[in-house]
Design a protein around this ligand. Structure first.
Ligand code: SF4
Length: 383
């Protein structure tokens, strides 16, 4: 039993038709409900809901404050390696890209950890390309205890692993794993994942199942928005989330909203997501799943992030360098994709405070407190 079976029962084109057929009445009805089901979510991400984005955002903000207080957790991604044995045509780390490759050794890792610690973080996300021989379990066994000795909360975004491997890493301090499906449309997946283990669509799709079975505290899912219809991708993410929450109810969940960005290789999105549409998606997810973390990375601009933080976001990266060794020694080469919000962590924290929010430097306990003013909704992008 895994999500794969449920995924097989979905027809992508029929789902697109269902979403596009949702009416304004469906949207109004979904907005008015105290608790929404998947059909309601389809209405909230439909074209019919685009004229209701302000209403969605206001309700999303209310629900977020009720559940999470004013807190926004800040984390920092640490790129351990840009080695990769996969070919994904949207990524600067793809194996055929002629870039300098590097994997941090113990000394370099220590230097990075010191530099990150000095910025104030206590929540770290370890990121690698996917290279199971050079950056696999042996490497993780050596590095995780070192990282954990400095940080309370340890997340990873690396190649999918087996259940027993996740169980072992949990004993070494692993708290959370982010694993994005990229696209839930299998033919599109095959078009963009050309070589390497990542070509195995099913193994990746079943990774959150293995994480749940391994008892990992938090599981992050999402799609790379732009590879295929973003509304249908959103529907699949919501379906996946709902399945995971019912099946592995001891774990917590987070959803991210990465939009396809320019990289070496220069792939253009086939289904671009505008800023207003991204707000629609974030708010719809919050209305569908009031208790999950919603995360926004530095792929988005400072201006956009500042406006969207109050509307439903509960975790955010800051000061992201996608270059292995990039914190102790700043430079732009070896990057995976370009960063839009390059403010210092303190500047991001100050911006949160300006919005009436509370930056939290480690994975946080929910606090129930006041509500950010509804007039924040007035700052929504208009298109
Ligand atoms: S997306 Fe991940 S697996 Fe694909 S090339 Fe980039 S780092 Fe490698």
């Amino acid at each position: 039993m895994s999500f794969y079976l449920q995924w097989q029962q979905q027809d992508w084109d029929a789902l697109a038709l269902t979403i596009n057929s949702k009416t304004e009445a469906d949207v109004v009805q979904a907005l008015a409900k105290p608790k929404r089901d998947w059909q309601d979510f389809l209405a909230l991400v439909s074209p019919a809901a685009e004229s209701h984005v302000e209403g969605l955002a206001g309700r999303s903000m209310q629900l977020t404050r009720q559940r999470f207080g004013n807190n926004v957790g800040l984390y920092v991604p640490l790129y351990l390696s840009n080695l990769c044995a996969n070919e994904c045509d949207y990524c600067g780390f793809s194996m055929s890209n002629r870039i300098k490759r590097h994997t941090l050794d113990e000394t370099e890792l220590e230097r990075e950890l010191q530099a990150i610690k000095a910025m104030g973080f206590d929540n770290i996300l370890l990121v690698t390309g996917e290279h199971e021989t050079k950056v696999g379990m042996d490497y993780f066994r050596r590095m995780l205890p070192r990282v954990k000795s400095h940080f309370t909360y340890l997340q990873m975004e690396v190649q999918p692993l087996d259940t027993a491997e996740y169980q072992e890493l949990k004993t070494l301090g692993l708290d959370a794993v982010m694993v994005y499906q990229e696209t839930y449309h299998s033919r599109t997946y095959a078009q963009h994942h050309l070589r390497g283990n990542k070509t195995d669509f099913r193994y990746r799709l079943e990774t959150p199942d293995r994480l749940g079975q391994a008892g990992i505290d938090k599981i992050g899912i999402g799609a790379l928005l732009g590879l295929a219809s973003w509304r249908v991708e959103a529907a699949m993410v919501a379906l996946h989330l709902d399945y995971l929450q019912r099946t592995y109810w001891r774990s917590r969940y987070s959803v991210s909203f990465p939009r396809l960005r320019p990289c070496t290789g220069g792939l253009e999105p086939v289904s671009p997501v505008g800023e207003r549409q991204l707000v629609q998606l974030i708010a719809a997810l919050r209305l569908f799943a009031p208790e999950v973390d919603l995360s926004l990375s530095t792929r988005e601009s400072a201006h956009f992030r500042d406006n969207v933080f109050p509307l439903g976001i509960t975790t955010a990266s800051a000061a992201s360098s996608t270059r292995p060794g990039g914190y102790a020694e700043r430079s732009d080469d070896l990057e995976q994709f370009s960063i839009d919000d390059d403010r210092t962590p303190q500047a991001v924290a100050d911006a949160l405070v300006t919005k009436g929010l509370q930056p939290v430097w480690k994975d946080w306990e929910p606090v129930y407190s006041g509500i950010v003013a509804e007039n924040e909704v007035a700052t929504l992008p208009k298109k």
